[in-house]
Every structure is written in structure tokens, then in C-alpha cells.
Design a protein around this ligand. Structure first.
Ligand SMILES: [Zn+2]
Ligand SMILES: [Zn+2]
Length: 840
């Protein structure tokens, strides 16, 4: 007997292994097996089993990992579709449904040789990165480190040659070891050994006199079993005292599986909400589809604050009542503690969370809880789409317009689009929700492909916030007096004088005045600056040099708190000295404002206000997002400054002012979606203001006040925005009128990359006989070099009219891939991105 298996590798084929006699009974498709591959041991998924094989020299399967198939028929169909549509390998797609560290595999590990100290002496002067590597080994508690572990600490993405040099010099040794897979956790659980009604008799007759012991016994009448930790936490009992209850045979102790389930936790005042008519109507439409157990796609277009979450909660309650399960996708799980909390309040421990920051144990236990039926709802970022539910009843994709649903490495799927396919396979409805639907989804709704559900009102007559657009370019021309005279509030003279002295060019007086008013009223303020760091770049006034990352075509950002210049793409950083790297002068001037600078200047202006910053720097280091959000909700923070992180999903009743410091960031990017993204982020962040009965206001600062998108945002006019965008898209043949495919080539050799891109350009003309694709000539993207790799792009706009299902263009793309596999040198990387989102 032979098995065809899929490996979790970017190799586009299946591999055949023989099944030893003693394993024949255990092997079936959908189970995982351990196999030898090259010199390593790895885990594979059985795709099919057959009696004959044409291949000679077949290695045997080592062992079978699963008692039951983990990849069922439907999960397999989904993986197969994904691998075909996005041109990734079947293995890569199937393994998305399995927690990575439950697979058995061997990996290269590195350790210091016994006499490394003497050998390293002459080596360390060559490059300081060697010292960093050795220090990493010395610091680590484990003598063995994997390449990934070393890489994580070094902020570089290639250590191969460095490690090889160290191995060559006898300083480091390489070993092939098994990586320990994550396993189920067993702990001691206690249960009662008496009937509940006998509790008082037991305490009296068995002479349980300690109050804590009595509390334990009473507590155990309420639960079937409880862990030691919980018992101690709840009653304060000591370990010996607990043991004596066991010795008296009043309670049993037994080892059992403990499920490590991630708790997000967020406190807020929740009242029971009754759905309004619009919510009812939307809910009823989806219920029809749930009851008929049929596929159906819905677009829930609900303005900010209109209560989409309440509709989701009711839909899911319905789904559970018919014995089915639900997947809820959100753009970034860590930013939505409120949403998870609301689901948790409603559905308790039937809710599980999947995201990239879960520990391996939490991941395993969450997946097992799905399989054993304890968890019926999964909330998570895009990878939660692969939660292995069998009886799926609904998929909800919240904030469906969000770009983070697109995975930017293989498999390059878009979770929103894949959710539609998954729902079809599982015969269940799918709901895409947003206040600012993507042009593609809204077009699908208008053309009848999706059913459009609309929520146009906030509950209880809460009005949409009033939005002011401040044109900074025009304001500059107006004189100071003119402005002050136009204001009724003349008391603020001294204040403005101060502002003029500190010359806060990036904050308009209007915005400052509004902030001041809110602080007086003890209301909360959100300030969006979608750029982290202190200054966005540094320029030399002597020679005009802008300090650039040596590895990327990107300017370095000045981070004051680290006193360093950082590349936001590759992590490169160096100390900030104030000296120009080109001419050596001391006239390096930081320019532009990032979140750090806004935070600092605001704190200077309003010394009594509590200001906090939320961006990926602040969240990953000292301060943690959950605490910041909780403090902000509780009113301990007056002003929250942040990147687009703070634009999503927050529902804080006390926020009455949202300020957008620079609305132009990203607006002028060479990307056809730049306007759409601006509209979305501005509308979303504006929606954070005035969510209770206090009227909200929004101040948006721009240098391009005449640009139509600002008018649309100001008037809450999605339809005008959509119509104009759609017309543009049609004229330029962009989605939804075409399918976009981005082909990227990159290598450290610019000429090679360029010439091979031309080769592919010519190849497409040959392969695409029906002229489905309109291909833009090879060009260098905005970031023409990243991490020392030169990049070239070919953008293909593929006609949906000529090729509705996309199968014709798919075969062209396959042709390109196999041509590259045969003809390209290995250092040249080719990626094919179907339905590309990131074009920079
Ligand atoms: Zn860089
Ligand atoms: Zn200079």
C-alpha cells in the first residue's frame, strides 16, 4: 500500500510513501503521518491511499499521528480551492487547519562548541553581529537555538552565511534535533465524594471545623470538578489543609485534561439592548438562510455606531439554537477586546479566540475544544477562518473592507473572499459587515451577487458626529488676528500666544481649542496620526540628504524614546547622532510628525491632561494595549494618541472629539485604492466620536481640503463616494471590473531582476492567447528596494468579462510559475499575488 501526502512546503507536488504492514489499519486520508524528507523528519497529511505506485525507491511512513482524520472532506475541498486559486501548494493550505506546533518535525539547532571562547577571539573583530549572535547563545537558558530563535533577536532576516562562517571556524555546531510538539496539559482536579444534600451532616459528623475547609466543601457542591489553583484562589485554603480533606476521603483528586483558553477580558457597563426595526430586518433576512441551511452572501452596511455587533450576536444565538457553529472574523483581534467581551458575556465559555499571539498550548487546546464540541464560536483574525468546525452555521466577516484580511505571504489568500467560498462548501450563510464597505463588496451587493442589508441610524436618536475639515494650506495664509476675531471666545489669547511661540505647525488652532473645551468638560479625546515614531524623516539642511535605510529604499524614522533612527520595513536601526551621514555636518533636521511627537507636544500644551499613546511601538514594549484601552474606557486617560490602531471598533461613550492630525498620510500613495483607504480610515475614526447622547465632533486637518473625499467624509456620504470611485475604476479597468494579479520579482541583483521581469512580460503575451490580461510594463514599485532585494512589478488587470471564473488566467499564471521554476536562478524570487491588495 502507498500513500500520497502533502507537505507544508512551497514545493508544488505531492510525495509518495509506502505504508508498512503494521500501519495499514491506521492509515487513511486526512490523517497526519510522520515521514522522512531529505535529511529531516517532518509531518505530512495523507491525501490518498492506493495499492500501486509507479515510483521506485519509496521510503516508508514512520508513524501515524491521528486516530481520526484531522482534514475532513469539506476542509480538504476548501484547501484544494485555495491552493488552486491563489497558486500555493496544497500542503501549505491544508496545514492552516492544524496548530503548527502539534506537528512532529526535526529542525537544525545550533549550539556553541566547548572551546568557543578561545576560537572566537580573533573572529569578533570582523563584524559586530557575530558578537550579538554569541551573546544570544550565552544569554539563552537553552544551549540549543533554532535559526528562527536567533533571527528573532537579531532583527535581520538572513543569518545563514553568518552561522556557516561560525561553524567553519569551529565556534558553533549544527545538530538535527526533534522539535518537541505541544501536548495536552494534565493537572489535578478535585471533586466531591458525598451527596450535595448531605453537606451539613458531613461537616458535622466528620468534624470539619476549619472555616476554609468548610468553604471548600460548600464550593464543591456547585461544581463537578475544580482545579487546585481555582480552589486556592477562591477559598484561600492551604495545600496541606486540602490534602487532609483528601485523606478523610471527603474529596477525590484525579488528573485530567486542562484546557488553556485565552482570556481577553474587558470591563464595561452593558445594558440589555433591544434591536431596532432596521436591525430586526437585517437579522430576519439572515435567519431565513440559516433555517434553510443554504449558502447566501449578505453585505451588512451599517453606519458607525449603528449596532452591527448586536445583529451578529442575535444571528449567532440563532445558529447555536439549531445546533450549529459560528466563525467571526475581525481585522485585528488584539484591538477588539470590547467585541470579544460582548461575545463572552452572551455565550460564556462557548466562545474561543484564535490569533497569532496565542501560546502553542492555547492554540492546541482551542482547536481540540472545537473538535470535541465545547467551543462553538470562534472569533479571530484571518487565520480563524480555518477553525476546524464541521457543522458550520454562519461566517461573519466584520470590517470586511480591512486590508489585513489579505495575507501577504503564501498562501496569499484574502480571508473575506475565502470566507465566501468556505460558506458555499459548508452550505451556510456568510455576512460581510462594514460602515465603509469595500468598493468590490458594495458593487457585488448592488449587482445582486450579495444581498444588501442596511443600518442607517444610530440607536436612541444618537446623531452622527459633526465633521469639520481644516485646510492647513489655506489657514497658513489667514492672519492670526483674522482667525481670533472670527471666534467668539476671545479669552484664549494668551493660550494662542503660547502656541505661536512653540510653533505647532501641525496642530491648527481650531483643533487645540476643541481639545481644550473637551478637557474642561471632562470628556475624552482621540487623536489619530497614522505614522509612528517621533519625526517621519531627517533631512540635512547643508546637503539636502535624507537619511535612508541602507537595505531598503525607505527613509529612516526618528524615534525619540529610543534615540535611534529606524527602518519600519526591515527593522534596521542605528543610534541617532545628529550628524549627516553624507557630508558630516551637524545640520540634520528631523521633519514631519509621528505619534510620539504628537503625544509629546500635546502633553506640553495641556500639562494637566493625561495623554497616552497607542501604536505598535507602545503596545509591544512597555505599555499594553488592553490596559490602555481599559484605562481610557474608565476615564483615567483624557487624550489617546495613536495610529490607525485606534480607528477600529472602539466604543467609548465619553469620547466626544476625534482629531485627525494629518489626513493626507497615504492619500497620495501611487495606489488606486489610496482614496478609498482614506475615506475608510477617516469615516471609521470619526465614528468613534459621539457614541452616546453627548454630541460628537471630528476635526480633520489636511493640506488638500478641496479633494472630494473630504467632502464625502464630512457629509457622511458613502453613496457619492462610491459612485465616483466606481466610475474611476471602470475607466481605468481596476477591480471590481477586473481581477488584479501582481507579479513580483526580487533579488540582490538589480539588472537580473529587471531583465527577467521583461522576460515574464513577454512570456505573458505568448501564454495569454485570448488577451485576457492587460499587463502594465515592468516597473519598480514605490519601495524599489526592501531588505537588500531589488523589486520589480508586473501588474495584470485581467478581464472578468472574458474570463468570469478566472480559470483561463489561472492557467497562464501556472505557465509563468513553471517557466520560472525551470529557468530562473534560485536567488531570484518570483511571487504571484492573485487579487493583490498591497501594490507598493
Ligand atoms: Zn530597511
Ligand atoms: Zn549633509
Amino acid at each position: 500500500m502507498y500513500a500520497k501526502v502533502a507537505l507544508n512546503l512551497p514545493i508544488n507536488k505531492l510525495f509518495t510513501y509506502s505504508i508498512p504492514e503494521y500501519l495499514i489499519g491506521d492509515v487513511s486520508s486526512g490523517k497526519r503521518v510522520v515521514v522522512n524528507f531529505g535529511r529531516k523528519v517532518t509531518t505530512a497529511i495523507i491525501v490518498s491511499v492506493s495499492k500501486i505506485s509507479v515510483i521506485e525507491k519509496i521510503k516508508p511512513i514512520q508513524s501515524v499521528l491521528d486516530e481520526e482524520p484531522v482534514v475532513t472532506e469539506k476542509i480538504f475541498s476548501f484547501g484544494e480551492w485555495m491552493s488552486e486559486y491563489y497558486l500555493s501548494t496544497l500542503g501549505e493550505c491544508l496545514f492552516l487547519s492544524i496548530p503548527r506546533n502539534t506537528n512532529i518535525r526535526s529542525e537544525n539547532y545550533y549550539r556553541l562548541s566547548d572551546d568557543y571562547i578561545s576560537r572566537f577571539d580573533k573572529f569578533k573583530h570582523e563584524n559586530e553581529i557575530y558578537v550579538e549572535i554569541i551573546e544570544e547563545f550565552e544569554r539563552s537558558g537553552d544551549p540549543y537555538l533554532s535559526k528562527q530563535q536567533i533571527l528573532k533577536k537579531l532583527r535581520t532576516d538572513s543569518v545563514d552565511s553568518l552561522l556557516n562562517n561560525l561553524i567553519g571556524a569551529g565556534i558553533v555546531q549544527k545538530h538535527l534535533l526533534y522539535k518537541k510538539p505541544t501536548r495536552a496539559k494534565l493537572i489535578k482536579f478535585y471533586s466531591r465524594n458525598f451527596a450535595i444534600e448531605d453537606i451539613d451532616t458531613v461537616i458535622r459528623e466528620r468534624k470539619v471545623r476549619s472555616q476554609k475547609q468548610q468553604n471548600v466543601l460548600r464550593l464543591m457542591c456547585d461544581v463537578d470538578k475544580i482545579s487546585k489553583k481555582d480552589l486556592i484562589d477562591l477559598t484561600g485554603i492551604t495545600s496541606p489543609s486540602l490534602d487532609s480533606l483528601v485523606l478523610k476521603n471527603l474529596i477525590n483528586v484525579k488528573e485530567d485534561r486542562y484546557y488553556r483558553i485565552n482570556q481577553v477580558g474587558f470591563r464595561e457597563n452593558q445594558s440589555n439592548i433591544k434591536m431596532n426595526t432596521e436591525q430586526e430586518e437585517a437579522f430576519n433576512e439572515v435567519v431565513k438562510a440559516i433555517e434553510s441551511q443554504e449558502f447566501g452572501a449578505f453585505l451588512l452596511h451599517g453606519v458607525t455606531g449603528s449596532g452591527k455587533t448586536e445583529v451578529y450576536l442575535n444571528i449567532i444565538e440563532k445558529v447555536l439554537s439549531v445546533g450549529k457553529t459560528a466563525i467571526v472574523l475581525v481585522p485585528e483581534i488584539s484591538l477588539t477586546p470590547q467585541l470579544i467581551n460582548r461575545f463572552g458575556n452572551r455565550f460564556n465559555n462557548r466562545v474561543g479566540v484564535i490569533h497569532s499571539r496565542l501560546s502553542d498550548g492555547e492554540k492546541l487546546d482551542t482547536f481540540d475544544s472545537i473538535r470535541n464540541g465545547n467551543v462553538k464560536i470562534i472569533i479571530g483574525a484571518r487565520s480563524a477562518l480555518f477553525a476546524p468546525f464541521e457543522n458550520l452555521g454562519i461566517i461573519i466577516v466584520d470590517e470586511e473592507h480591512d486590508a489585513s484580511y489579505k495575507q501577504e505571504n503564501s498562501p496569499r489568500y484574502n480571508a473575506r473572499d475565502a470566507a465566501i467560498v468556505k460558506a458555499k462548501i459548508f452550505n451556510c450563510p456568510v455576512v460581510l459587515g462594514s460602515a465603509t464597505p469595500s468598493i468590490e463588496s458594495y458593487y457585488n451587493a448592488l449587482s445582486g451577487k450579495y444581498k444588501l442589508l442596511q443600518l442607517t441610524k444610530r440607536p436612541e436618536d444618537i446623531k452622527q458626529p459633526e465633521i469639520k475639515i481644516i485646510d492647513l494650506a489655506r489657514k497658513d495664509k489667514e492672519s492670526f488676528e483674522e482667525y481670533v476675531n472670527s471666534q467668539s471666545n476671545k479669552v484664549k489669547f494668551d493660550f494662542f500666544d503660547f502656541i505661536d511661540k512653540v510653533r505647532l505647525k501641525f496642530l491648527s488652532k481650531e483643533l487645540i481649542l476643541e481639545i481644550d473645551t473637551r478637557l474642561d468638560r471632562k470628556e475624552s479625546i482621540i487623536l489619530l496620526q497614522n505614522r509612528r515614531g517621533f519625526h517621519s524623516y531627517t533631512e540635512c539642511i547643508n546637503c539636502r540628504n535624507v537619511e535612508m535605510c541602507p537595505r531598503c529604499s525607505v527613509s529612516l524614522t526618528y524615534h525619540k524614546s529610543f534615540q535611534s533612527l529606524k527602518c519600519h520595513f526591515c527593522g534596521f536601526h542605528r543610534n541617532y547622532t545628529g550628524l549627516c551621514s553624507q557630508c558630516g555636518s551637524e545640520r540634520l533636521i528631523p521633519k514631519g510628525a509621528g505619534t510620539e511627537r504628537v503625544e509629546e507636544e500635546i502633553a506640553l500644551l495641556f500639562p494637566k491632561a493625561v495623554v497616552e499613546r497607542m501604536d505598535s511601538d507602545a503596545v509591544s514594549s512597555k505599555r499594553n494595549f488592553k490596559r490602555i484601552l481599559q484605562d481610557f474606557y474608565d476615564g483615567k486617560i483624557d487624550i489617546l494618541v495613536g495610529t490607525q490602531m485606534i480607528s477600529k471598533g472602539l466604543d467609548f461613550p465619553n469620547v466626544t472629539l476625534v482629531g485627525v492630525v494629518n489626513a493626507d498620510i497615504g492619500l497620495l500613495n501611487p495606489d488606486f485604492r489610496a482614496t478609498e483607504r482614506t475615506f475608510q480610515i477617516l469615516t471609521q475614526v470619526a465614528g468613534r466620536s459621539g457614541r452616546s447622547l453627548k454630541r460628537g465632533e471630528v476635526v480633520i486637518q489636511t493640506n488638500h481640503g478641496d479633494y472630494h473625499v473630504f467632502k464625502n467624509v464630512k457629509e457622511h456620504d458613502y453613496n457619492s463616494f462610491f459612485q465616483r470611485e466606481l466610475t474611476n475604476r471602470e475607466e481605468l479597468h481596476y477591480p471590481p471590473f477586473s481581477r488584479l494579479v501582481l507579479i513580483e520579482l526580487k533579488s540582490d541583483d538589480r539588472n537580473l531582476t529587471e531583465s527577467k521581469t521583461k522576460e515574464i512580460f513577454n512570456l505573458i503575451a505568448k501564454l495569454d492567447k485570448n488577451k485576457i490580461a492587460d499587463v502594465l510594463p515592468p516597473n519598480q514599485p514605490l519601495f524599489s528596494k526592501l531588505k537588500d532585494k531589488h523589486r520589480y512589478h508586473l501588474l495584470m488587470k485581467c478581464s472578468k468579462k472574458k474570463d468570469p471564473g478566472g480559470s483561463a488566467i489561472n492557467s497562464v499564471l501556472r505557465g509563468i510559475r513553471s517557466y520560472a521554476e525551470k529557468n530562473f536562478p534560485s536567488k531570484l524570487q518570483l511571487t504571484i499575488d492573485v487579487d493583490a491588495v498591497n501594490l507598493l
